[in-house]
Design a protein around this ligand. Structure first.
Ligand code: NAD
Ligand code: UD1
Length: 348
């Protein structure tokens, strides 16, 4: 008989946000089981997790589209909750390959939910995104702002949120927490785990730190003519460890049987692209080579969260500041110039 009777399944737990959440889960006394097909992550992240936590971590290299594989896992372990990170997240790619995104994100979630229902595990925390607010008209953005999709990636998040709302409405045993992340950044303070984009980064922070380390030659700043204090885009960057702690608060809240409920995870404060560049320059002691280019299609001028609902109902708020975020991101990047790949960096 397995002595542990309540596992938490973490899909996509080898990835950036999932790995940081696994650390916090273990610290909070949860027993995670990771499933990940490693399509955008590395097995080395599991070794690092074991190094940080001093615990052996159960890991299954498995695709969430593999219904039989998931069934075998649910049949052999008593899984009571799921934290669902597994998904593809490259906005540009989702525009050129939308079916890949619908299959992986929407169908993958559908299969996961079907297996969960069969094994009567009806508690899930889902990685949604501030992208579900589309081109928000007002900041700060609260959870009841209008929802819309501006690209196929965003539409997969809206579809999944809709599925979770529908199953909760139809069956009161389901409890679903939708966490809408703003802009995750930073790394674990140990520098052992962090963001490791497999291709050229789409997001600002990994692009800045890769430029600082010399892996990228020049950072393109997408527009300096927005209606913002310095003309560059303003976003709500949130330390990934704060984000991870938000998942613990959500897991704890599931036991109150909340039904289906959405929370913003953000700091409530925005920083511009130029402010982020300056903060990484300070943290790293390196000059960041950048040039101003055209605006990126689909970008909004300003986006930041109203995080008060998560504070009120989950007792969660972000603790780390912009300096911590940049120092930890730099510690990760400088200790692991090529991410989890030990080979030396190619200077682009
Ligand atoms: P990530 O790519 O580092 O992690 C996702 C993990 O899921 C990867 O390890 C990948 O290998 C795995 N995966 C993907 N498809 C899978 C499948 N079919 N079966 C099994 N494993 C699969 O990304 P992340 O930044 O950690 O993001 C985690 C989640 O949070 C995603 O759902 C993403 O859409 C969402 N999110 C991320 C951000 C962000 O800026 N990083 C913002 C908002 C929302
Ligand atoms: C982007 C996605 C969003 C997704 C989120 C997390 C778009 C339009 N939006 O959000 O759907 O949920 O990532 O994955 O792709 N910037 C530069 N140079 C760069 C990169 C970014 O100047 O090389 C600027 C952007 O214009 C923006 C800010 O930095 O003002 C942040 O960009 P990014 O990190 O890509 O996040 P979002 O655009 O907020």
């Amino acid at each position: 008989m397995d002595p542990i009777d309540n596992y938490v399944l973490v899909t996509g737990g080898a990835g950036y946000i999932g790995s940081h959440t696994v650390v916090e889960m273990i610290e909070a006394g949860y027993t995670p089981i990771i499933v990940d097909n490693l399509c955008n992550s590395s097995r080395e992240s599991i070794n690092r997790l074991e190094q940080i936590t001093g615990k052996q971590i159960e890991f299954h290299e498995l695709d969430i589209l593999d219904e039989r594989g998931l069934e075998e896992l649910f049949a052999s372990k008593h899984i009571t909750q799921v934290v669902h990170f597994a998904g593809l997240k490259a906005v540009g790619e989702s525009t050129s390959l939308p079916l890949k995104y619908y299959e992986n994100n929407v169908m993958g979630t559908f299969i996961l939910l079907k297996v969960m229902a069969k094994y009567r595990c009806k508690n899930i925390v889902f990685s949604s995104s501030a992208t579900v607010y589309g081109d928000a008209k007002e900041v700060p953005i609260s959870e009841d702002a209008p929802l819309s999709a501006v690209n196929p990636y965003g539409r997969t998040k809206l579809h999944i949120e809709g599925m979770l709302q529908d199953i909760s409405a139809g069956d009161s045993e389901w409890n679903c927490i939708l966490l809408r992340y703003f802009n995750p950044a930073g790394a674990h303070p140990s520098g052992l785990i962090g963001e490791d984009p497999k291709d050229i980064p789409n997001n600002l922070m990994p692009y800045i730190t890769q430029t600082a380390i010399g892996k990228r030659q020049v950072l393109s700043v997408y527009g300096n003519d927005y209606e913002t204090p310095d003309g560059t885009g303003v976003r709500d960057y949130i330390h990934v460890v704060d984000l991870a702690k938000g998942h613990i608060a959500a897991l704890n809240h599931l036991s109150t049987k909340p039904g289906c409920v959405a929370y913003n995870l953000g700091t409530g404060r925005g920083y511009s692209v130029l402010e982020m560049i300056a903060a990484v320059e300070k943290a790293s002691g390196k000059k960041i080579n950048y040039k101003i280019v055209e605006r990126r299609k689909g970008d909004v001028a300003t986006s930041f969260a109203d995080p008060s609902k998560a504070l009120k109902q989950l007792g969660w708020s972000a603790r780390y500041n912009q300096n911590d975020m940049c120092e930890h991101a730099w510690k990760w990047q400088s200790q692991n110039p090529n991410g989890y790949d030990p080979s030396p960096i190619d200077h682009a």
